[in-house]
Design a binder for this molecule. Structure first.
Ligand SMILES: [Zn+2]
Length: 202
């Protein structure tokens, strides 16, 4: 079963092939510059690659006895829209009972109305990519406020600068990516070489 977890190289090949991993000279909405950019939904637009990625991530949860012993009474939770296809794929692979996703409403991360305290199974939070860890931390707070607890957490890609734990729960991923970010254009190597910039929206 463990053999079916795709290697980091295999996952990066999929992300490059689908256009989800891009190399160039990018400027983020927060003004940071970077020589690479992940647009993960591009990998999830193809059913076959979406399945390989989600099933691969699910295996990392399946081998955890604390998680596997609680299946199928588990909820798979996405912090945002980007994680929804990951959540559905992981749910399928684990036969988990529930799926929830949070959305931004007026700048605040929330679940939809009428989800009541006590209804949410023990949770696995999954996302397509973890850059800072803020989204999963906010989602964990929402889960606790609904009277549930986080038993697992993971993403297809985790930046090594992000946390590798959520409380006591390890954050699992298929790729640990050492992201290069420059706070300003002055610090950016590509700017110094006058490489044309591309502005990215997320
Ligand atoms: Zn630059």
């Amino acid at each position: 079963m463990v053999d079916l977890i795709p290697s980091s190289e295999t996952v990066m090949d999929i992300l490059k092939r689908t256009g989800a991993f891009r190399e160039g000279h990018f400027v983020y909405p927060n003004g940071k510059h970077s020589p690479h950019y992940f647009q993960m939904p591009l990998a999830f637009r193809y059913y076959d690659t979406a399945r390989v990625l989600a099933v691969g991530l699910s295996r990392k949860f399946r081998v955890d006895r604390d998680i596997s012993s609680q299946l199928p009474k588990v909820a798979i939770i996405s912090p945002s829209s980007g994680g929804i296809p990951v959540a559905f794929g992981v749910r399928d692979a684990l036969s988990a009972e529930q799926i929830y996703w949070a959305e931004q409403e007026g700048g605040k991360r929330m679940f939809r109305q009428y989800i009541n305290k006590g209804e949410v199974n023990p949770c696995i939070i999954v996302d397509d990519i973890i850059r800072s860890g803020i989204a999963i931390e906010e989602t964990a707070e929402l889960v606790k406020a609904l009277g549930s607890n986080v038993i697992g957490c993971g993403a297809i890609v985790r930046f090594t600068s992000a946390p590798d734990k959520l409380g006591d729960v390890p954050i699992r991923s298929l790729v640990e990516f050492d992201a290069h970010m420059y706070d300003t254009g002055e610090a950016c190597i590509d700017c110094k070489q006058n490489v044309p910039v591309e502005h990215v929206r997320f």
